[in-house]
Design a protein around this ligand. Structure first.
Ligand code: PLP
Length: 426
């Protein structure tokens, strides 16, 4: 990243010492220093204001620096900032686990905490592999994304996200997801793989694949697969790291299935975007299969910051806000606004698709190729940023996943910018 005279002092200092994620430092523009957040807005050190159209990598739910969550964290910080979570526990973690489990009416029996989405997936995979005794393979969807740690990378199969690491990834069975119109092809592939008897666990992003391009698929077909796995004794793992906490409309995407999975991975929205936290929800039979008089048969996994009390306090405060009827109404309203936009623009000649899944809107531009690094991405980012909106397209796919506090006129502002790209851009 080239330093220019126009860089603020924060940015100059950043460029001297920080390596940013998913960033090619040699050609990337300097980052923007954000010093304040409020509601759906972020404020830079140089006085620019950005409407956050993607909840800062899909984590923020109720707006930036929400005073209620901030207050609960501050209170917790004065009582207990952290305690080792092996051999010790604390009230915020207990309360949060009870509340998370109650959202699934007793389907899951235990919560295993970790630090982020990838680790919530690692935990689920390691549990599934240990239960299956190391003899079976994992099944996953092509085009999936489950995180950047090794197990999470491997579970998604080979993709542009993990190419440098292909030689180090364990093999998985990979089938096409049941995208609309291709459900049969997907189910046949599923049946073929299940028939081999090699599958021990099945991991999926329910209803919509996020980083793979915000591509929705058929919930009924996935439901059939989950049912089939149940019959075959295949462990099902729903990765709700992105879809959880209301993004798809209902609180969790898995609520649309006949039965919940055996393991569920949660993170991102879990603390309303305040602090990193992962949680893996576990069915009783999985928890019980680790019980033994032999300590070596325990689940030998843990992170220093497991169940950090500040993160758990944030998550409890987040749940307080999320479970209020106003939040449900806000999500509904966002969905309706997206649907209005979709109705009007989905057939635009410049678009391949315009999808709405709850509070998520995704449009795919017609381009010669559809790579993640497509130059349209940077053009869109720059244009929207210039107009005061933060987005981060996936190649030629522009999506919105806004905080639930976003107001109708703010959404309209973003739609109007999209319309400019459709109607005015060459
Ligand atoms: C479905 C899904 N799973 C896992 C992850 C990894 O989460 P994290 O970035 O917190 O490690 C992501 C991140 O985008 C995700 O979308």
């Amino acid at each position: 990243m080239e330093k220019s005279d126009s860089c603020s002092s924060f940015v100059k200092r950043d460029l001297d010492c920080i390596w940013h994620p998913f960033t090619q430092a040699q050609i990337a523009k300097p980052p923007t220093a954000i010093v304040k957040g409020k509601g759906a807005y972020l404020y830079s050190d140089t006085g620019d204001v950005y409407l956050d159209g993607i909840s800062s990598w899909w984590v923020n739910l109720h707006g930036h620096a929400h005073p209620y969550i901030a207050e609960k964290i501050a209170k917790q910080a004065q009582e207990l900032e952290h305690v080792i979570f092996a051999g010790y526990t604390h009230p915020q973690a207990i309360l949060l686990a009870e509340r998370l489990l109650s959202l699934f009416s007793g389907h899951f029996s235990h919560v295993f905490y970790s630090d982020n989405g990838s680790t919530s997936v690692e935990v689920a995979l390691k549990m599934a592999f240990q239960v299956k005794g190391g003899k079976k393979r994992l099944l996953s969807f092509q085009n999936a994304y489950h995180g950047d740690t090794f197990g999470a990378m491997a579970s998604a199969g080979k993709s542009h996200y993990n190419q440098p690491f292909w030689p180090y990834l364990f093999e998985v069975h990979s089938i096409p997801p049941p995208i609309f119109g291709k459900e049969d092809e997907s189910f046949k592939a599923f049946e073929r793989v299940i028939a081999t008897g090699e599958v021990g666990a099945f991991i999926f992003e329910p209803l919509i694949q996020g980083s793979g391009g915000m591509i929705p698929h058929c919930g009924q077909s996935l439901n059939r697969m989950i049912q089939r796995c149940k019959k075959e004794g295949v462990i099902t793992i729903a990765d709700e790291v992105m879809t959880g906490f209301g993004r798809t409309g209902s609180l969790f995407a898995s609520k649309s299935f006949e039965d919940y999975p055996d393991l569920m991975c949660l993170s991102k929205g879990i603390t309303g975007g305040f602090l990193p936290l992962g949680a893996t929800l576990v069915k009783k039979y999985i928890f019980e299969s680790f019980l033994s008089q032999n300590p070596a048969r325990a689940f030998l996994h843990g992170h220093s910051y497991t169940a950090n009390p500040l993160a758990c306090a944030a998550a409890n405060a987040n749940l307080d806000l999320l479970l209020q009827p106003e939040c449900h109404e806000a999500r509904k309203r966002i969905e309706l606004e997206h649907l209005q936009f979709q109705k009007q623009w989905k057939n635009h000649p410049k678009l391949i698709r315009c999808d709405v899944v709850g509070t998520i809107l995704a449009i795919e531009y017609k381009t010669e190729n559809a790579s993640y690094h497509h130059p349209l991405k940077e053009r869109l980012i720059d244009f929207f940023k210039e107009e005061g909106v933060l987005i981060r397209p996936l190649g030629n796919v522009l999506y919105l996943i806004p905080p639930y506090c976003i107001r109708p006129e703010e959404l309209q502002k973003i739609y109007s910018l999209i319309i400019i790209t459709l109607e005015k851009w060459q």
